[in-house]
Design a protein around this ligand. Sequence first.
Ligand SMILES: Nc1ncnc2c1ncn2[C@@H]1O[C@H](COP(=O)(O)OP(=O)(O)O)[C@@H](O)[C@H]1O
Ligand code: SF4
Ligand SMILES: [Mg+2]
Length: 347
Amino acid sequence: MSPLLDVRDLTIAFPQSRAGRALSSAQPAATVAPAAAVRGLSFSIEPGEVLGLVGESGSGKSITSLAIMGLLPPSAIVTGDIIFQNSVQSGDSVAMHLTTLPSHQLRQLRGSRIAMIFQEPMTALNPVMRVGEQIAEAVLAHNRVSKSEAWRRAVEGMRDVAIADPEERARSYPHQLSGGMRQRVMIAMAIVNRPQLLIADEPTTALDVTIQQQILDLLNDLRHKFGLAMLFISHDLAVVSHVADRVAVMYAGSLAELGAKADIFHAPGHPYTQGLLRAIPTLQTDRALPLSTIEGAVPPIAQLPPGCPFEPRCSHRIDACVVELPPLVEVGPEHWARCPVLNSARR
Ligand SMILES: Nc1ncnc2c1ncn2[C@@H]1O[C@H](COP(=O)(O)OP(=O)(O)O)[C@@H](O)[C@H]1O
Ligand code: SF4
Ligand SMILES: [Mg+2]
C-alpha cells in the first residue's frame, strides 16, 4: 500500500543577494545562484502514523511543512515530488502531487484532508470573532451544511479537544482564553473536518511545561480516536519522543537520520543526533552542571560547506568529510544515517 504522504527528493531554494541574504520575489535583480534551504529530502508517513521532524532552528522544518501545504512564498524554487493519497468517497484513494497541484485543488485539501497547527495560535485566530464562529467557518468552508449545523460541529469539536463547557466557551473571544485553551481551539479547528494528516509545527513551544504535556496528551488521544496521521515538528527531541512513532532528524536542510523512535534514542547513527540526545536532561542528570550543548551553530544556507554540513561541529570528522555530502547509510532495519564514518567504524 502507498504511504499517505510521500516526500521524494524535495529541494526548496530561495534566490540570494550578492551579500548572501534571501531576496523576496519583488527584488529579482543582482541575484546569485539560489541557495537551497532544503536539499534532497525524502520521507514518508503511513496512514495513522506520527513522524517527528526534529532539528535546530533554521534547519528547514517549517518550509518543508509549508511546501506540503502549498503555502511557500512565490520566491521559493521547489523541485522533487510530494504525493498525498487523498481518500475519496468510494473508499479508494487518489494520488495528488502537491508541488504541482492547481491552487484551487490545494485550497480544497487544506483544512479538510490536510490541516495544520502552529506555535502561536493568536496569530492564526481572528481577535474580533468568537472562537466557535471561527471553527464553524472552517466547517462551512468545506461542507454544504447550515450555519446551525456548522455551529453544532464547532461545539462538538471543542468537546473533542476536552474543552469543558464547550457551548459557553464557543462564545468567547481569543483574548478571553489562556494560551493552552487557544491552542486547543486551534486543534479543534484543524480536526473539525476530520483530516487524514495533521501537520503540527512546534505546537507546544510557546506553552509552559505542564500545559505542554497536556497538549501532547491531547494529540496522542486524538490520533488514536480519529486514526490521524501527523507530521510533528519540534526543535526539541524530548518533546517529539512523547508522540512520534518514527523520527526524522534534519540538519541544515538535509536529512541527518531517520528511523523508529526506539532506534533513534537507543542506537543513534549520526553524531548530531547523539549530540541532541546528550542535551536532554534525564533523572540522572546532575542539575548543578550545565546541560551538554553542541558547540557552534547551523551554517547559513548560502554558506553551506560542500561536504557534510555538520563537519565544522563534528568531533568524528575525517578529511573525506569535507569533499561531498555523505550518502545516507542503512544502519539497521528501516534506519538510515548520513554518516559513513561513524557507521563504518561500528560495523
Ligand atoms: N521566505 C524566505 N525567503 C528566503 N529564505 C527563507 C525563507 N523562509 C525560510 N528561508 C530560509 O530557510 C531556512 C529554514 O527555515 P525554516 O524552515 O523556517 O527553519 P526551521 O523551521 O527549521 O527553524 C531559513 O534559515 C532561511 O535561510
Ligand atoms: S560525515 Fe563526517 S563530519 Fe559528517 S557527521 Fe559523519 S563524521 Fe561527522
Ligand atoms: Mg520553524
